[in-house]
Ligand binder design. Sequence first.
Ligand SMILES: Cc1ncc(CN)c(N)n1
Length: 220
Amino acid sequence: MSFCDTIWQDVAPLRRAILAQPFLAELADGSLPTESFRHYMLQDSLYLAEYARVLAIAAARAPTAAGRLEFSDGAKVAVQVEQALHQAFFVQFGVTPEMARQAEATPACLGYTSYLASLAATRSYEELIAGILPCFWVYWEVGCDIKPRAVSPNPYAAWIDTYAAPSFGEATDRVRALVGEAAASATPTTRAAMATAFRNATRYEWMFWDSAYRRETWPI
Ligand SMILES: Cc1ncc(CN)c(N)n1
């Protein structure tokens, strides 16, 4: 089994828990409360702004031209998605510029972005890109899982279509290939650290949806 297949298998229980999230079930059947989606969108814009920075660092650290191209392009797309998809959703779901300005990252959002930033700042390139991969791969799996069972019309159709789009699957394939290549020439210790980064980022993906569903705020 390839390195990526192995780490994907290792997180199978986490992936099952993600696919069973009520947030995603209600997104698919269109019944997700607007407030939960609004919470998600505001947090996701904060997330994507930080994620774009992390991708830009991965681009700068990439040892190959393919890596530099992929991650710099990914950084650009993250900013564009933040601006385009979110702006459209902000209008559709009544998020005012003031609400966006005042939004504060929740523990789940801050935990996830800070974790990725810590990989970028203090860990190897291999660990960094393993931590970046779930953002692609988990969303691609979720998009493909939801799309066939999504009701139509669905207020969340644009979100579902974004992550079930073949172009998103192709981007996922390319990032997975870069992680596979990096693992192939890594030491066993680095490969183990990559698996940990991949698992932790997948955990944060679960937490992100869970926190949006519960409309989490800081307890204090
Ligand atoms: C939290 C999170 N993770 C992943 C994605 C998909 N790029 C996203 N938009 N938001």
